[in-house]
Write a protein that binds this ligand. Structure first.
Ligand SMILES: [Mn+2]
Length: 432
């Protein structure tokens, strides 16, 4: 393979040198402001540096809608090129060392070689994702009318075996979890018998569960609708929780922010799942109307903050079994996917640090004294604190970029990739 363009550490350092002075000034000023509130900026910076969120392999390609896809230049054409882009994101923001693969889109011909390549980029593998929502070339039976819940037992068998294959591949890559999202559902009233469909789901899921290694977990991802527009088998957190409880301790519920009805109180769902010891983790994104898969924090940053408020609350009081897996799951239709993923990773770290700024003593006091206005004021004070200098300092101290988007653009990375990766006819990317 010919030499591939990479953004090197010297270039990052050179770019950082231009911004270092104002960062130091802003950081010092913020340290004073936070100090007056009894907060230590160094502790918050350490928190920012500890934050991790996984990147989905499918996120580095341009997404699309059911109408069209507008591919950009230099899109990754295989799993190695996807890892190259993930490595670039990690290098600049320093919070995204793990990559989540989708099978069969990313099925490696040689797992050991892929693992080695990832290691060279400082990357590791997060949860594996199965795909029974589309038919692959040469596939024996169709998933048009369902997979794990299909009326035909041989289709269910095929779907179960595919999930077990994902676990097997994951084992060779060092992954420790399987995320299962099924598109099964009905488009018309009467199409499905609701109870029989859920019974079949549990029967199939039990077989997958039985194939999990001892140190693996299975994440059940619910979604309100789409592609089924009338009923979906695993439609909400309650159904997901019931199934996870039925399956056993290795099963828990994954919250994709876009998979809820508009106006649903997602932060309360998060709190409930924490309370019941069944929060698997997240697929972060944002939405305005439905499962829009927009960039995390782009539409409802306050909601994102309120979710992190619950997560940090659980972290600080050491809630039993609290160990959520964070991942981005977005579809980038009109932006450079690398830029969107970097900005989203930064927005998550922002919400995480802001949640650490919340005066929890004052919040508890307001709650116990029935003072709703003060309770909101405590949260708003944290939410309106601009923690950008902390985020930039955390990146810089970890060897990342003070300004990741600018550094990325200045590097010409995309231009180089456009030359290295000539357009591939017929390339598709999925929306999950
Ligand atoms: Mn998802």
């Amino acid at each position: 393979m010919a030499a591939r363009f990479e953004i090197d550490d010297d270039f990052i350092a050179e770019q950082n040198a231009k911004a270092k002075q104002w960062l130091d000034d802003d950081f010092d000023h913020l340290a004073k402001k936070l100090g007056r509130r009894g907060l230590n900026i160094e502790e918050l910076t350490a928190k920012a540096q500890s934050f991790r969120v996984a990147v989905p392999s499918w996120g580095v390609g341009t997404g699309g809608t059911r109408f069209a896809r507008f591919p950009g230049p230099g899109e990754p054409r295989d799993v190695y090129e996807k890892l190259e882009d993930c490595g670039t994101i990690f290098k600049l923001v320093r919070s995204t060392p793990a990559v989540s693969l989708h099978i069969p889109w990313d099925k490696p011909a040689d797992s050991a070689a892929l693992r080695e390549f990832a290691l060279m980029k400082g990357l590791c593998f997060d949860a594996m994702n199965s795909n029974t929502f589309q038919d692959q070339a040469g596939q024996k039976l169709s998933y048009k009318f369902g997979s794990l819940t299909h009326p035909d037992p041989s289709v269910r068998r095929q779907a179960v075996e595919h999930n077990i294959e994902c676990v097997e591949i994951g084992k060779t890559l060092g992954s420790k979890a399987l995320t299962v999202w099924i598109a099964d559902g009905g488009n018309f009233p009467g199409q499905l018998h609701f109870q029989r469909a859920l019974d079949r789901y549990l029967e199939s899921a039990r077989e997958i569960y039985a194939a999990l290694p001892d140190d693996w977990r299975i994440f059940l991802e619910h979604k309100l609708y789409e592609p089924a527009f009338y009923s979906t088998v695993i439609n909400d957190w309650g159904t997901s929780y019931y199934c996870a409880a039925q399956l056993g301790p290795k099963a828990s519920c994954l919250v994709d922010l876009g998979h809820h009805a508009p106006n649903v109180n997602i932060e309360m769902i998060v709190s409930r799942l924490i309370q019941f010891g069944k929060l698997a983790g997240f697929h972060f994104n944002d939405s305005k109307y439905g499962d829009d898969d927009l960039d995390a924090g782009s539409i409802k940053p306050f909601q994102l903050f309120l979710i992190f408020n619950e997560l940090v609350d659980a972290e600080l009081r050491r809630a039993p079994g609290f160990d959520p897996a964070y991942m981005l799951d977005q579809s980038h239709n009109v932006t450079d996917p690398i830029e969107s993923l970097m900005m989203s990773a930064v927005e998550l770290t922002r919400a995480y640090v802001q949640a650490h700024v919340v005066d929890r003593e004052a919040l508890t006091e307001a709650q116990e004294k029935c003072d709703p206005l003060m309770a909101l004021a405590v949260l708003k004070q944290a939410f309106t604190t601009d923690v950008s200098p902390i985020l930039a300092m955390a990146r810089a101290r970890a060897g990342g970029a003070i300004d990741p988007i600018r550094t990325y653009r200045e590097s010409g990375y995309r231009r180089h990739k456009a030359v290295e990766r000539p357009e591939q006819v017929g390339a598709t990317a999925g929306i999950v």
